[in-house]
Design a binder for this molecule. Structure first.
Ligand SMILES: [Zn+2]
Length: 308
């Protein structure tokens, strides 16, 4: 019998998610590890290895049961060499051949890609962008990432470093960014900025979910905050829509939890300002797969790459 299971890993800024998925991408087992305190590269690699070992041993998997191991990682990835160029928010990683290290350890096929690209892949194959040929997926959180599907395929660019939507600059003089640029969208709609504005408006720290709850209850200040975020995101999307002419834009990540107030404003701005032909039939929808999109995308990558 052909191997049956994929093991998927989603490495975030503070935690490491590992999951076991069946051929229909159902998550059968999951393991969560906080990695916030791991400052050394070797410790993080060891943690990844241990998490995979944990899932293998508690599900009594043999090597021949495993199709492969897929990793979604928070930075630019060389998919052919299976190596990490670097992580913008985790120090000490430069040209690390993580794929080879894990292949030698587990003797199964290993594939790596950028986490936002894998979310886009998952939403396209199984989620809100399913059935569309041309889609743009955006994930809003501390970082703002994206993935572009053109003609049903993930668009990579020369170095697999395309779709860095959070690093599209929106003016000349804004703040410097970790990426080396200035005035990046991320600085205007990322979690940090939203929390900062909430502090100014409400006079204290308020969690993102609470701002969303208040907006749903009709709180004027909370609604105004989400509308301002929607305006900024909408303006950037006008450029994306005019340039790429997608059928659908899928928005996910924590900030998308703001719901209707945010989406209404984004749609308003895009239909008012984007060119008529491009915006006429465009859909702007919320992501479907939630926090599991990265894991599911990693498993989709493994299946599609091993099927040749
Ligand atoms: Zn940037």
């Amino acid at each position: 019998m052909a191997p049956h299971y994929c093991i998927a890993i989603d490495l975030g800024g503070t935690n490491l998610k590992t999951a076991l998925l069946d051929p229909r991408y159902k998550i059968l087992d999951r393991h969560l590890l906080f990695t916030g305190s791991f400052s050394r590269k070797a410790d993080l690699i060891r943690a990844i290895t241990r998490c995979v070992e944990t899932v293998i041993s508690r599900n009594k998997l043999r090597k021949k049961d495993i199709v492969g191991l897929g990793l979604g990682l928070p930075g630019p990835i060389d998919v052919e060499k299976k190596s990490v160029h670097f992580f913008p928010n985790i120090p000490g990683w430069k040209n690390v051949a993580l794929g080879r290290i894990l292949e030698q350890k587990f003797m199964v096929p290993v594939f790596l890609d950028n986490d936002a690209k894998l979310m886009a892949l998952a939403e396209h194959r199984l989620g809100a962008a399913r059935g569309f040929q041309h889609a743009v997926c955006i994930t809003l959180g501390t970082g703002v990432g994206g993935g572009i599907i053109i003609g049903g395929r993930l668009y990579r660019g020369r170095d697999n470093a395309s779709s860095e939507i959070g690093h599209i600059p929106i003016n000349e003089t804004g703040p410097l960014c970790n990426c080396g640029g200035r005035a990046c969208l991320e600085a205007y709609i990322g979690n940090r900025r939203i929390m900062q504005e909430a502090r100014r408006i409400f006079g204290r720290d308020i969690p993102l979910e609470e701002i969303s709850r208040r907006a749903r209850r009709g709180d004027r200040k909370a609604r105004a905050l989400w509308r301002a975020v929607g305006t900024r995101l909408g303006i950037m999307l006008v450029g994306v829509v005019n340039m790429l002419n997608p059928q659908v834009i899928v928005i996910g990540g924590g900030v998308a939890g703001a719901g209707a107030v945010l989406f209404e404003r984004v749609r308003e701005v895009v239909s008012a300002q984007a060119m008529a032909v491009q915006s006429r039939k465009l859909k702007i929808v919320r992501a479907k797969l939630g926090n599991d999109a990265g894991l599911i995308g990693a498993a989709v990558m493994v299946r599609e790459r091993t099927q040749g």
